[in-house]
Design a protein around this ligand. Sequence first.
Ligand SMILES: Nc1ncnc2c1ncn2[C@@H]1O[C@H](COP(=O)(O)OP(=O)(O)OP(=O)(O)O)[C@@H](O)[C@H]1O
Length: 835
Amino acid sequence: MESISGDEFDPSDELDSNAREEKIFVAVRLRPLNEKEIAKNDLSDWECINKTTIIYKSNNQSDRPMYPNAFTFDRVYRYDSTTKQIYDEGVKTIALSVLNGINSSVFAYGQTSSGKTYTMSGITEFAIADIYDYINRHNDREFVMKFSAIEIYNECVKDLLSVDNTQLRLLDDPEKGTVVEKLTEANLRDCNHLKELIYMSEAERQIGETALNEMSSRSHQILRLTVESSALDFKGGDSGRSLSATVSFVDLAGSERASQTLAAGTRLKEGAHINRSLLTLGTVIRKLSKAGSGHVPYRNSKLTRILQNSLGGNARTAILCTVCPAHSHVEQSRNTLIFGSCAKDVSTNAQVNVVMSDKALVKQLQQELARLEKELKVSPSNDSKSIIKDLELHIIQMEEKIDELTQQRDLAESRLDHLIQVTGVDRNSLIVEPPTPRVAASLPICRQESQRFSDDNSNSPIDEYSPSEQNYQKIRINPQDIEKTSPVIRINAEDETMEKASTSEDSSDDDQPQKTPTVNDDDDDDGDVIAEVPQIEQQSPCSTDSEGMSAFTRSKSCYEFTSSPPSEKEITIENTNSNVTGSENDFSGKQTIPKSKSEADVQTISQQDSNSPLSTVDEKEVDLKIKSSAENDVSESRDSPKRVRKLEDVLYGQKVEKAEMKADDDKDWRMVFEKQRRDIIKLWDECNTPLIHRTYFFLLFKGEQSDSVYMEVELRRLSFLKSTPSNATSGRALSRERIMLSKKLLKKYSSSQRDEIYREWGIPLDSKHRRVQLSRSVWTKTNDIEHVKESADMVAKLVGIVELNQTPKELFGLSFLPTPDHIKTSFWKASMSIT
Ligand SMILES: Nc1ncnc2c1ncn2[C@@H]1O[C@H](COP(=O)(O)OP(=O)(O)OP(=O)(O)O)[C@@H](O)[C@H]1O
């Protein structure tokens, strides 16, 4: 066996996870003539004319020409070439692809005694040496090496690493392809271990003596080395990636002619099997070399089945065709070269096999665990940081929820506030009682004529609630009021039907008092705590009760309310409305209202002006509110006094809050008004606005909320005039107005009165043209609001503006059209027209 050079191989440039199609590498090796051949004067008919071409040259002139007589391969090697040279110049790269996770195969094909075993022994040894050299140089990866060896002898698969001579079966694995069952796969300790196993395999191989080869291999031998590798440090670029591939060294049995080998008996039989399997191999290669040539008969022999992946599959393949140069073997040599010619047209699709072996997986997990433990030791606060992060997130979510709830609360309070404002109900006039759960489920709304209650609700005393009193609600209303308010308290046939059905259903509950949803004339009713008010008679809507009370129809909401279970408590509110008439007891002006917050809402909405466009909308809003409120009340229904106090607190708080908000609003508006007025005064001056106009405007608009629109209009109008000077009043017109005022001063006031005025205005009494000075003084100091105020008063007195309360502000709105009849001054008309 040849010595192995110390060349290194670095296959890193071959790392490519994509499948790569390439042709099978085919090289031809001529062995030298052996002693027997030389002794027979057998001459060599083949010559390598260059590195890739071998030609046939007959030394016997009588031989007929052979075609083709030249064959080209990837490489051809003369008889004096070395196995190392062959290995290095093509085979090495292919064989060592296994280190990069790529399957590879190296075949030796040729007739018996052509040097297959001789060549493959060296190739295998070189490859093994290089593989281990690579492993030793790559400490960053962990390698797992396995070795198996089989022979196919007489179409039987045998395990060369096993002493058991049992024939092994071939199995079809969906992932791996054909596998040998129960094949020994030895885990290699090192290179020497491998060498020992290889030696053992060769020792087990069937060898026989033939006429051509004293140690003829009578079987196909396949030595398979599996290389699994994974990075030791998973932080690397290929972290966690494990590569697994096999390199197969295939030493085929040699084709032979029985006439040449003089085989007989066992050898003849062996030869027949050998030839048959080689014939199949040839057929497969030929089929594969011609794309689309149909079915490839891999399964026709165990050899082709096992080598299927190496023949056109996921492997890089090199075939070394060994040739006997002797003239006596020319036909066999020719067949070998034809086989090689076909093989070099066969393409394979090798790819990197990335796998996660169990060991690699365990290793990866161990390393990941170690890394995490290390991180925890280095940064023990990581966990707490995570907790803090979670808490911060939770806080943000809670804040968002609080904001949402706050908005909902504000909305509800706003609606309640609005209802109280619209209805005018005094909070103190309300006694509320939480409904029972069933009451809460059927939320009542009774719409009643409102004015009667709102007129004097401030006089309604609050009765004490007695939990022991009857549990249902009554609303007592003056029949006269009922007549007035019948359009408000609505009912329809559907409501009645539902009402009756519900009543019937509820009445079956003998354990509970009957509900009295309509006018209740029984002032001794358990539910009446203090006094009686007209009640809504459930069973006789629109009827008049025995005491002359006219029961009015109820709305559906009212039905819902009254259909609540009799366990609910009843309270009354005294209504001292003077319109309330009727029996002393029944028409005492006490209105029974629900004793819950929800029911209080019912009362407030019931007092709403039926003419208000908000009536219908508010009913819905209140309905919703009541439902919500009632649901909340359920949990507190057994703590009624507390509930009442709570509701009172809420209402009082809302009232205070509303007052504060109103004060804030007033304050804000006042500031806006003052600023707008200052701007208007300046614009008046810049636009030469008639003084009478200024005076009227200034005196009329003193900062009421309703003035805002007029202030806006005036500002816009003046801004427009300022931007278009041609439309503004001329300075001459203003001068004429001032002259007119000076004349008015003379007309209106006596000399002494005028002197007093002059003094007030800082005009020296000894100066000349004092009236003109005064007229030119008014409305001049635009930044001095006191001056403006005095100017307005002065002008008002001069022109006789005394009925400001009759001056419609609308005149200062979008138009300045007709002057009201009661405004007599021609100056006013003039000023309006000028403006
Ligand atoms: N290139 C070579 N240089 C020198 N000797 C060689 C060469 N090739 C083969 N031989 C010799 O030729 C003989 C036969 O070689 P080998 O056993 O390798 O042939 P083979 O093809 O394996 O035959 P078989 O198919 O019968 O097993 C051996 O003695 C071997 O040493």
